[in-house]
Design a protein around this ligand. Sequence first.
Ligand code: 5BU
Length: 275
Amino acid sequence: MSSKFVSYEERAKRHPSSAARSLLETIVRKRSNLCVSVDVTAKADFLDIIDVVGPYVCLVKTHVDIIEDFDSSLIATLQELSKKHDFLIFEDRKFADIGNTVALQYSSGVHKIASWSHITNAHPVPGPSIITGLASVGKPLGRGLLLLAEMSTKGSLAKGVYTEEAVQMARAHRDFVIGFIAQRSMNAVGKSSTDTGDEDDFLVLTPGVGLDVKGDAMGQQYRTPEEVLNDGSDVIIVGRGIYGKGPTVDIQSVQVQAERYRAAGWSAYEKRLQL
Ligand code: 5BU
């Protein structure tokens, strides 16, 4: 029986983008569709968590601008950990300005994101020029871009026509846009059922994933790995569900939770191949 979902392995073989292939190949090698979001403010906690979750993830997501004691050695260590544990890096920068400005924000400043982050993301709100601006920096480096087509928060405005336009923007820039931050598959969005055009294979990375709670006090909403995988998501993004909510980090619990979410994400994937 053939599944309506294609395996990561098959997609890795035929995906036109090398950045997307890299992520799919890592997922297959590590049997992990888990991305851990490391939203802590101390450099030591940040690196300790990544060293512990490293074996269980395909991707580490950062918000590098929240780190209080940031310096360039943090990036060097992050890159060493990425090699040691075989994961890619995704700076969740959510660019949202004119092309010229985002190109500078991506390449320059204190963080020099393009030099170390394999994947980054952008709001489609400025229109296609945000993609050309970021591509001018990221494409020569073999980087990939995700567009924010949907968000996990209550009352998000990223829906309906906005989401459809985001997908059309991505279709026009397949050489740099590898997929979306979204809550479901975007491949069929804006297409009629009789459309015989190119088959899209956009990656979908989904935040707002949790096994124990349904939300937080600031509008976040959580769904389970199984719910999001069944809706066509490819990678689950988990933050506090893994590193906790307290002021201190319990590193043993981080390891247990990372393996728990890896296993949940992978078993949801294996189940969907039977659908
Ligand atoms: P959490 O601790 O699992 O709730 O963290 C979720 C992370 O994903 C956090 O870094 C957010 O900035 C990020 N996120 C999100 O939660 N929802 C969205 O729609 C987008 C990003 Br886009």
